[in-house]
Design a protein around this ligand. Structure first.
Ligand code: ADP
Length: 170
């Protein structure tokens, strides 16, 4: 089965889901943008678990995903994935961004997640072109088959991404 896909304009920390995906960085120790918002709202429990993961496995590589509990967020889990920093190598960056979505979905599935929210990974300070990032996100989610995940929600924070996703999902 294929999960249904929705778009919501807003702040990912305010939307209920079984799992919230975080656009983290290699260090897993928090940052700005959506990462900052998730740690600020979720509380220190998330950072403590991220530190445990770091102590166990070191950094999280680009395109990979790890999970923690969700602290004070309206979710069971936060799935932390590290998006690629855009560097004009379209092929390599696109593959890595697709890995973020695929690996997050696989991890969510293994956790029994029914609903999952994604931010527009890499389209903030990592400067991935929004149109291309949206295309990759939608394509990757559309190709993901699952008997566990029922709904995937793309959380668009800015108007431009909302427009892009609306068009892609028409
Ligand atoms: P990256 O380093 O992966 O580019 P950013 O956090 O800088 O991560 O940006 C990723 C996307 O998340 C951007 O489109 C940004 O507008 C969006 N964003 C920032 N804050 C939030 C939030 N609270 N909820 C949802 N999306 C957010």
């Amino acid at each position: 089965m294929k999960p249904t896909i929705e778009i919501i304009k807003g702040d990912i920390t305010k939307i209920n889901a079984d799992a919230i995906v975080n656009a983290a960085n290699l260090s897993l120790l928090g940052g700005g943008g959506v990462d900052g918002a998730i740690h600020r709202t979720g509380g220190k429990q998330i950072l403590e678990e991220c530190m445990e993961i770091r102590n166990r496995q070191g950094k999280c590589k680009t395109g990979e995903a790890v999970f923690t509990s969700a602290g004070n967020l309206p979710a069971k889990y936060v799935i932390h994935t590290v998006g690629p920093i855009w560097n004009n190598n379209e092929e390599k960056s696109s593959k890595l961004l697709a890995n973020c979505y695929n690996n997050s979905l696989k991890l969510a599935e293994s956790l029994g997640v029914k609903t999952i929210t994604f931010p527009n990974i890499s389209t903030g300070v990592y400067r991935f072109p929004k149109e291309l990032a949206g295309k990759i996100a939608v394509e990757t989610v559309r190709n993901f088959q699952s008997d566990v995940i029922e709904k995937v929600i793309f959380i668009c924070f800015d108007d431009e991404n909302e427009e892009i996703y609306k068009k892609l999902l028409q």
